[in-house]
Design a protein around this ligand. Structure first.
Ligand code: ACO
Length: 334
């Protein structure tokens, strides 16, 4: 029995993606920090990444990905009831989803941002599905987009080699049968210090008795080895739990679609789950870690390449800062 179907079912009926046009390969990155193509490719599987120029806002790549997803679903912006933008790098801290709503012309839709770092897309998928299952909304546009290059410390070779910029989107629609088969979401704030993009206040005295904090966000810091250990242990657990809820075995999974953090993490998780490598989707080489965008970006590429077919069972999982992690098992298409 698939996990809790309160009202209507959910189907994922369209996808799209967009990346900035500028690419930086490992050779180019070795002019920025002391590193090499050999080190980066052997430790991470990354060969190049796309980076947004200063004139490219997040909302632009997000809107392009969204338009493609709407086209594939065969609907117009006016059909959308809700837009969720999963991001940690908004153009505006008050929220960027509304600007995307305006640029798409989705005037009937309510729009908000959701922040859960590299788990943002999976958390957004489950959130969007609840609105549909309760019958509140019938069409949701979910976008995962990040421009982490804005917040990377470009003098820190342990982190700057990992990240790239991009956007991916899906359309979720009410459907007679439910294609979101199972999920499991988790958080552990006690390990928050392992991966941060934290606000650092500077004291500013307003009057003799009132001082407030006014500062900025400091670039990404990460304990790479601990994040690696966390991912390799926790991600298989949530996938197994979500599969159990979906009443499926690992052999029934057609595609493993993990957050694209590191090829070694993808390989280790697949090995722990006994999923053969030909079922593991990876676009690490071309894009690096694009945070909330990585899962819908890899999904869109695999759908457009004809790899993923309607009805295929996809085990997806996001993991990252927070710490947050989660898995969603779904079938592609109507
Ligand atoms: N180029 C060359 N040498 C490097 C580089 C580099 N870019 N980075 C580190 N090194 C060196 C280190 O200085 C160290 O040298 P030393 O032994 O002389 O001190 C050596 O390489 C090994 O460094 P480690 O940090 O131990 O390297 P490790 O094997 O752990 O690999 C990596 C690092 C790739 C970051 C790995 O830990 C990892 O993938 N962790 C997971 C990170 C991740 O996925 N984070 C994203 C999560 S998602 C989100 O929410 C953002």
């Amino acid at each position: 029995m698939p996990q809790q179907q309160l009202g209507l079912g959910v189907a994922i009926t369209g996808c799209g993606s967009a990346v900035p046009s500028t690419a930086l390969d490992n050779e180019g990155l070795s002019q920025v920090v002391e590193t090499s193509d050999e080190w980066i490719s052997s430790r991470t599987g990354i060969l190049r990444r796309r980076l947004a120029d200063p004139q490219t806002p997040l909302r632009a790549i997000a809107a392009t990905a969204a338009q493609q997803a709407l086209e594939m679903a065969g609907i117009t912006p006016l059909d959308v009831d809700l837009i969720i933008l999963a991001t940690s790098t908004p153009d505006d801290l008050f929220g960027t989803a509304s600007q995307i709503q305006a640029s798409l012309g989705a005037s009937s839709a309510v729009a908000f941002d959701l922040t859960a770092a590299c788990s943002g897309f999976v958390f957004g998928l489950v959130t969007a599905s609840q609105f549909i299952r309760t019958g509140a909304y019938s069409t949701v546009l979910l976008i995962g987009a990040d421009i982490l290059s804005r917040w990377v410390d470009w003098s820190d070779r342990r982190t700057c080699v990992l990240f790239g910029d991009g956007a991916g989107a899906v359309v979720l629609q009410a459907h007679t049968s439910d294609r979101l088969l199972g999920f499991e979401l988790r958080s552990d704030g006690s390990q928050n210090e392992l991966l941060n993009l934290a606000y650092q206040p500077e004291p500013k005295a307003l009057t003799d008795t009132v001082t407030i904090g006014q500062g900025t966000f400091h670039p990404i810091t990460m304990n790479g080895q601990e994040v690696y250990r966390f991912a390799v242990k926790r991600v298989p657990e949530v996938i197994e739990k979500a599969l159990f809820r979906a009443n499926l075995t690992v052999n029934q999974v057609d595609w493993l679609l993990l957050h694209q953090a590191n090829q070694r993490i993808l390989d280790a998780v697949a090995q722990r789950l006994s999923i053969p490598s030909h079922k593991v989707l990876s676009n690490m080489a071309d894009h690096g870690n694009t945070s909330a965008a990585s899962i819908p970006l890899a999904l869109d590429e695999a759908v457009r390449q004809g790899k993923i077919q309607p009805g295929d069972v996809i085990a997806s999982a996001g993991f990252g800062a927070g710490l947050t992690w989660g898995a969603a098992i779904f079938q592609w298409g109507r």
